[in-house]
Design a protein around this ligand. Structure first.
Ligand SMILES: Cc1cc2nc3c(=O)[nH]c(=O)nc-3n(C[C@H](O)[C@H](O)[C@H](O)COP(=O)(O)OP(=O)(O)OC[C@H]3O[C@@H](n4cnc5c(N)ncnc54)[C@H](O)[C@@H]3O)c2cc1C
Length: 519
C-alpha cells in the first residue's frame, strides 16, 4: 500500500493546480490520481475541442435525465477525462467571477470569500498578456491568458452594433468592471491550448515528491470513523489502496466528486441504503444544489460573402486556415469557439451584469463525430442568464464507480430564469438588428423574427421546446455556500466535508485556503 501526505483525486482544472501548489513544498509527498489518459492529440490545438466533445477517449460523455424543460430529451454533458480534466477539452474562454458574486458570498457569512480576499489568488494564477490594470491582473502565474484584438471585420462590426444599442466596448472584462462587449480572453497562447495539465503539471513533472497516476479510477474513500484517511482505486482492473497522512482532496469535478462521496457512504442515508451502501457519514447536501446555465442559441444567416467562418472554412479557405495555423499558429484553428461576448444588465439599476451573450462566427450542425460546419453561412448567438436560480441534483444510481450518475438540472423551475432568458434573447436581437449590422445582410432563422412575446418563449425552449438548448457545460456552483439554505451544504468554508475532523498534521494545507478566520 502506498503512503503519502496528500492524495488528490482528479487531475482536472482544480486538481492539477492543487497538486502543483502542494508539491511545491518539498515536505509534502503528493499522489495525484486521474481516471483518464495522460493526453490526447486534439487537446493541444484549440479547434480540437470540436473533436473531443463527443470523444469517449477524453470525455466522460454524461447526459442529463429527460425533463420537461428539455422536451424530455437528454442533454449532452461533456466532462474531460484526461490530465487537465475539462480544461483539456473546454472552450478556453477565460472569465473570472464577478466581484459582486464573491462579496455576496461573504455577506452570507462565508469568511475569506469576498472579492478582495480572492483577488490575490486570481492574480497569482495567471500570466495575462493583454492590456489591463495590474491592480486586477496577474503577470507571472502559471496559467497563460491572452486577449485577442478585434481586428476581424466581423468582430469589429458586432462591437459597433452593440455600442449602437448602448453596450460599450470593454477591453478587459476581467478587470475593474465586467460589463460591456469584448473579445473573449482565452487560455490559449502561441496557438496552443493552455490546459492545467500544460500549465500546472508539465513544469513540475520531475518533482520527486509528486507522483501522477493516470487511468487510475478512484472507486471509494477509505474512512476511519468520519475522517478520510485514504482512497481505493483501480488501475487496469487491479485494485489498490493509498493512505494520506494529511488530507485527501476530492477534485473529481462537479459530477464525479459527489458520486465518489456517495459511493463511499457519505450522503443521504436513505438513498445510500437503497443502493446497498453502508452509511458512514450522513450529509444530506451531497449531490444537491446543482446549478447550470440554460443556453438557447439563436441562429442568423449572413448574406454578405466571405465574412463568416462557414465561408472561410470551405475549400481553399480551409486550406488557407490550415496553412496559417501550421506556419504562424494563428487564424480560425487557434481561436475559442465563441471569440466575442457581451456581459449585459437585464434592466437599469443593476450593479453588475446578469446576462451573457456569446457569438460563434458560424452556423453548425450536430454529427456523430461532433459539431459539423454547416453549408449555410451565418452566426450562432447564445444568450442566457448568468446566475440561474433553478436547482437540480446529481446522484449515483448504483454502487459502481463506472456507472454514470443521474444528472437532473431542473432547468427553468425557478420563474426568474425563464424571464431573464427571454430578456437576453431580446437584447441579442437588438444588437443583431442594429444599423451597423445592415451591410452584413443578417436575417434571423431561429427562433425566427416573427416569433415575439410568448411565442418567443416556446420557440427558444421555455415551454415546449422543439429543439433542446445546451448548457454552458460549466455548472455554476454547488449553490452559493449558503449556511441558511434549507438543504445544507456538504463542505465548510474551508472546503472540507462538513463534520469530518481535521488531523493536527493538516494545518499547513488548511492555511493555504483563502479564509481569514476559520471556525
Ligand atoms: C465542453 C466544455 C466547454 C467548456 N467551456 C468553458 C469555457 O470556455 N470557459 C470556462 O471557464 N469553462 C468552460 N467549461 C467549464 C470548465 O472547463 C469546468 O468548469 C472546469 O474545468 C471544472 O474543473 P474541475 O477541476 O472542477 O473538474 P474537471 O476539470 O472536469 O476535472 C475533474 C477530473 O477528475 C477526473 N475524475 C473524475 N472522477 C474520477 C475518479 N473517480 N477517479 C479519478 N479521477 C476522476 C476526471 O477525469 C477529470 O480529469 C467547459 C466545460 C466543458 C466540458
Amino acid at each position: 500500500m502506498q503512503t503519502c501526505d496528500y492524495i488528490v483525486v482528479g487531475a482536472g482544472s482544480a486538481g492539477s493546480a492543487v497538486a502543483n501548489r502542494l508539491s511545491a513544498d518539498p515536505r509534502n509527498k503528493v499522489l495525484l490520481l486521474e481516471a483518464g489518459r495522460a493526453s490526447h492529440p486534439w487537446s493541444f490545438i484549440p479547434i480540437g475541442m470540436a473533436r473531443l466533445i463527443t470523444n469517449p477517449e477524453a470525455n466522460w460523455l454524461y447526459s442529463s435525465e429527460p425533463e420537461a424543460s428539455t422536451n424530455c430529451r437528454r442533454l449532452p454533458v461533456p466532462r474531460g477525462k484526461l490530465l487537465g480534466g475539462s480544461s483539456s477539452i473546454n472552450g478556453m474562454v477565460f472569465v473570472r467571477g464577478q466581484a459582486q458574486d464573491f462579496d455576496t458570498w461573504a455577506q452570507m457569512g462565508n469568511r475569506g470569500w469576498s472579492y478582495s480576499e480572492v483577488l490575490p489568488f486570481f492574480k497569482r494564477m495567471e500570466s495575462y498578456a493583454g492590456e489591463g490594470d495590474d491592480a486586477f491582473r496577474g503577470r507571472e502565474g502559471p496559467l497563460r491568458v491572452t486577449n485577442p484584438e478585434p481586428h476581424d471585420p466581423l468582430f469589429a462590426t458586432i462591437i459597433k452594433a452593440a455600442a449602437q444599442v448602448g453596450i460599450q466596448h470593454n477591453p478587459d472584462y476581467n478587470g475593474v468592471s465586467q460589463e460591456g462587449v469584448a473579445m473573449s480572453q482565452a487560455t490559449i497562447a502561441g496557438g496552443r491550448r493552455m490546459s492545467t495539465a500544460r500549465c500546472y503539471l508539465d513544469p513540475v513533472r520531475n518533482r520527486w515528491n509528486l507522483q501522477i497516476e493516470t487511468k487510475a479510477l478512484t472507486e471509494g474513500l477509505v474512512l476511519d470513523g468520519k475522517r478520510c484517511t485514504g482512497v481505493r482505486y483501480s488501475v487496469g482492473g487491479e485494485v489498490r489502496e493509498a493512505r494520506a497522512a494529511r488530507a485527501v482532496v476530492v477534485s473529481a469535478g462537479a459530477f464525479n466528486s459527489p458520486q465518489l462521496l456517495e459511493l463511499s457512504g457519505i450522503g443521504q442515508p436513505e438513498r445510500l441504503r437503497n443502493l446497498g451502501i453502508e452509511v458512514r457519514h450522513e450529509l444530506p447536501g451531497v449531490g444537491e444544489n446543482l446549478r447550470d446555465h440554460y443556453v438557447p442559441r439563436t441562429r442568423w444567416l449572413v448574406g454578405k460573402k466571405g465574412i463568416t467562418f462557414n465561408d472561410r472554412a470551405r475549400g481553399l479557405g480551409l486550406a488557407h486556415q490550415v496553412l496559417r495555423y501550421a506556419l504562424f499558429r494563428q487564424g480560425m484553428l487557434a481561436m475559442t469557439g465563441a471569440p466575442i461576448r457581451a456581459f449585459v444588465c437585464s434592466r437599469e439599476g443593476l450593479e453588475a451584469p446578469d446576462l451573457m451573450l456569446g457569438w460563434i462566427p458560424m452556423l453548425f450542425e450536430p454529427s456523430p463525430r461532433g459539431p459539423k460546419i454547416s453549408r449555410q453561412s451565418g452566426l450562432t448567438l447564445y444568450a442566457h442568464a448568468m446566475r440561474p436560480e433553478s436547482k437540480g441534483s446529481v446522484h449515483i444510481t448504483a454502487a459502481d464507480a463506472r456507472r454514470p450518475p443521474a444528472i437532473n438540472f431542473n432547468f427553468l423551475s425557478s420563474p426568474p430564469d425563464a424571464e431573464l432568458t427571454v430578456r437576453a434573447v431580446r437584447i441579442a436581437r437588438s444588437i443583431m438588428t442594429a444599423p451597423a449590422m445592415t451591410p452584413l445582410q443578417v436575417s434571423e432563422t431561429a427562433p425566427g423574427a416573427d416569433r415575439t412575446t410568448d411565442e418567443t418563449r416556446s420557440s427558444i425552449g421555455l415551454r415546449r421546446p422543439q429543439k433542446p438548448p445546451t448548457t454552458r457545460w460549466a455548472p455554476a456552483r454547488w449553490g452559493p455556500i449558503r449556511w441558511q439554505s434549507s438543504m445544507p451544504n456538504f463542505v465548510s468554508m474551508a472546503l472540507r466535508a462538513c463534520g469530518s475532523p481535521m488531523p493536527r498534521s493538516c494545518r499547513r494545507w488548511h492555511r493555504a485556503i483563502p479564509t481569514h478566520r476559520r471556525s
